[in-house]
Design a binder for this molecule. Structure first.
Ligand code: ADP
Length: 357
C-alpha cells in the first residue's frame, strides 16, 4: 500500500531524523530513499531560504507540540531546484507498546490545487474590477441624468430673474430669492457630483445623523417643481416624533427624487384619474424607518417587474434605465433593499427602510 500510494509518506524519529520514506515521497522531491534516510535539519528538499523557519517548526514538534490536525502548507524543493507547495499532515508515530517513537507525515503536492486557486482568485478579481468599471459607467450616466434636475431649476430661476429685472425694475426682493435658489441648486449639483465621486470610490464614512423630515424637506422643492409641470398633487404623510436616521444623506435624497420622478412619470398619461403622489415616512420597527413613494400610475406588469432593476432597462423614450438600480444599491448600502408592490386602487408603491441613528 505504501509503495503504490501517491501520497508522500515520511516518518521521523523523536530527534527529527528521517526513518522512512515511501516511493511517492522520493519521487516528489527527486531524492532516493538512501539519500533521505537519517537526514534531519536542512533536509535536501528544504529550500535554503526557509531552512531557519523549518528548523524552528521541527524544534516545536520535537518539544512534543502536536501540529494542526487539518495539516499545514509548506514548500518543498525538488532535487532540480524547483520549489513547490505541499500540504503536510502530521501525526505522532506510536509503536506497539503505545510509546511515541516519532512523527508520521503525509505530504501532498498541491501545485495543481494552487494553480486552480490562483486562476479562480485572478478571475474573481477581474470580475470585481469589471463590476467596478460597470458601476463607474453607471455613475457617469447617472451623473448627467441627475444633474439635469438642478441645472433645469437653475435655468428657470435665472430666466425668471431676467424677466423680473426687465419687466419690474422694483422686484429686487424676488430676484434676491431667485438668486438664492440658484445658489442652492448649484450647491445641490455640486453635492450630486461629490456623492457620485464618493460612491465610485466606495467611501462609506458619509453617514450622518439626520431627521426624516429634513430629508423630505430637502427634496420636496424639486419634487414640487416637477409635480407642477406634470399636474401632480404631492401628499406627505410623516409619522410624528420619528427618531433621527443614520444615512448617506445626499444618496438617500437622490433615491427619493428618483422614486418620486418615476411615480410622477407613471401618472403622466391621459386617463390617469388621480394624479396623486404620496410620500410617507413611518416606523418599520425599533431599528428602521420606512420611506414609501406611492403613485397612482399604470402599475408594473410582470414582465416589466422582471427587468425593473436591470441597469439601462427603460420603457421611456428619454429614460436611462439607471434610476432604480441606483436606488436599490443605495438601499442595500443602508442594510435594506428596495421593494415595490401594487398601490390601491391603482399604481405602485416603492419602499425602503433606513437605520435609526
Ligand atoms: P428610467 O426612469 O430612466 O426609465 P428607472 O430604472 O428608474 O429608469 O426605471 C426603469 C423602468 O421601470 C421605467 O422605464 C418604467 O418602465 C418602470 N418604472 C419605474 N418606476 C415605475 C412606477 N412608479 N410605475 C410604473 N413603472 C415604473
Amino acid at each position: 500500500m505504501e509503495d503504490s500510494l501517491i501520497t508522500g509518506l515520511r516518518a521521523r524519529d523523536t530527534q527529527g531524523r528521517i526513518t522512512y520514506v515511501n516511493p511517492a515521497f522520493c519521487q516528489m522531491v527527486g531524492f532516493s530513499a538512501s539519500e533521505l534516510l537519517g537526514q534531519s535539519v536542512n533536509a535536501p528538499y528544504w529550500p535554503p531560504e526557509f531552512a531557519e523557519e523549518y528548523k524552528r517548526r521541527q524544534d516545536i514538534r520535537l518539544a512534543g507540540n502536536s501540529p494542526p490536525r487539518e495539516g499545514f502548507e509548506s514548500v518543498f524543493m525538488h532535487r532540480d531546484g524547483t520549489r513547490f507547495p505541499v500540504l503536510i499532515i502530521e501525526a505522532p508515530l506510536i509503536n506497539a507498546q503505545g510509546h511515541q517513537t516519532g512523527w508520521m507525515s503525509a505530504c501532498l503536492d498541491i501545485r495543481e490545487q494552487k494553480r486552480v486557486e490562483d486562476i479562480s482568485r485572478a478571475s474573481q478579481e477581474r470580475l470585481q474590477a469589471t463590476a467596478r468599471l460597470a458601476m463607474v459607467g453607471e455613475m457617469a450616466s447617472l451623473l448627467s441624468h441627475e444633474l439635469n434636475q438642478p441645472l433645469a431649476a437653475i435655468q428657470s430661476y435665472a430666466t425668471g430673474s431676467i424677466n423680473l429685472l426687465h419687466d419690474e425694475p422694483d422686484a429686487r426682493g424676488d430676484v434676491e430669492i431667485a438668486i438664492q435658489r440658484i445658489a442652492q441648486q448649484a450647491e445641490r449639483a455640486g453635492k450630486v457630483i461629490k456623492s457620485v465621486h464618493d460612491f465610485v470610490r466606495r467611501r462609506d464614512q458619509a453617514r450622518e445623523s439626520v431627521s426624516p423630515q429634513a430629508l423630505i424637506d430637502a427634496v420636496l422643492p424639486l419634487i414640487n417643481l416637477q409635480a407642477r409641470k406634470l399636474s401632480v398633487q404631492v401628499r406627505l404623510e410623516v409619522e410624528p416624533d420619528l427618531p433621527e436616521l443614520l444615512c448617506d444623506r445626499t444618496m438617500v435624497e437622490q433615491v427619493l427624487l428618483n422614486l418620486a420622478r418615476n411615480g410622477m412619470q407613471a401618472m403622466d398619461r391621459p386617463g390617469t384619474r388621480n394624479r396623486i403622489l404620496t410620500l410617507s415616512v413611518q416606523r418599520a420597527n425599533d431599528r428602521r424607518i420606512e420611506f414609501s413613494v406611492a403613485d397612482q400610475g399604470m402599475g408594473i406588469s410582470d414582465d416589466i417587474a422582471a427587468q425593473l432593476f436591470t441597469p439601462f432597462f427603460t420603457t421611456k423614450v428619454e429614460g436611462m434605465g439607471l434610476g432604480l438600480s441606483f436606488c436599490r444599491t443605495v438601499a442595500e448600502q443602508h442594510g435594506d433593499t428596495l421593494v415595490f408592490k401594487p398601490n390601491e386602487p391603482q399604481g405602485t408603491v416603492f419602499s425602503f427602510a433606513l437605520p435609526v441613528a
